[in-house]
Design a protein around this ligand. Sequence first.
Ligand code: SME
Length: 315
Amino acid sequence: MGTAREIDAVDYQTLERQVVSLLEDENDFIANTANFAAFVFHEIPAVNWAGFYFPEAAGLVLGPFGGRPACTRLPRDRGVCSAAFGSGRTVIVDDVLAYADHIACDSSSRSEIVVPLMLDRTVVGVFDVDSPIASRFTQRDARGLERLIERLLERTPFPERYKASRDVSRSEGTRIKERIDIHTCRNHHVVLRYLVDEIAKAANDPASIAPYLARLRSILLAHLNIEDNWLYPQLARSPNPAVRSKAERYTREMGGLRDGFAALWVRWGDPGAIEGAPEAWQRDWQPFERAMSARMDAEDNDLYAAAEAATAETA
Ligand code: SME
């Protein structure tokens, strides 16, 4: 397992040169993708799986990889690999446990990065890397892995059957990605409402609230992350002016909820804090819960509904 220092020290320029020499005398597709996956698996620290998925009629099928045996088939438009494949964009998931649309192949994976294999505008597969450490992958890894993949694609002729697979115009990719994001956000709301209900039921047993609050935290952070980094920026670029102005308004208002939770967590995140002062906890929790629930209702009925209508219009 890699330390934080080793992770920061990954030298992608050197890895790029090594990939070039690893592949230079060979152009067989299986030989090169197999060696590429094994190379990344061994050379990049804190990684428990690295491998390819390629398109087929029903979704994606497993290709060469390093690590434990993995799921052989990923259904179309489900999971992180399909999100990268459908959008033609690299996807980073900081916490797979809090990402409703993740397909779990190995319970030791905590974070994931998936890089699409782009030949011009055609996606011919994806390269998926998993880590046992949450938030393992950054934009630096994304750019580094994308460059390694470019070197592979330059040197390796891909089978024709993959090239015909999907011509991702940016707009189609963006629409697919928006639909996946909205679906994931709605799923997060379902889990958050369940946790709010459990916390309400536990009012007479304050000692049992802490695990629900910890779970709520991980879902809420993942949710705000998707909204911040993917959903709102995409909706703010929508061709539909009503969606654009809603997205801008919701983005402005979002900070309040994030700060509200941060304050709640500072005060009540420590073990034993809630049971030590249950009335004070309720006084802090209830206004936050009301604000979060109102916000989720507004998003479900207003923002997400408008966004879904807009993606359906242009589909
Ligand atoms: N997690 C992936 C499935 C592949 S495994 O991680 C090897 C996904 O959600 O698409």
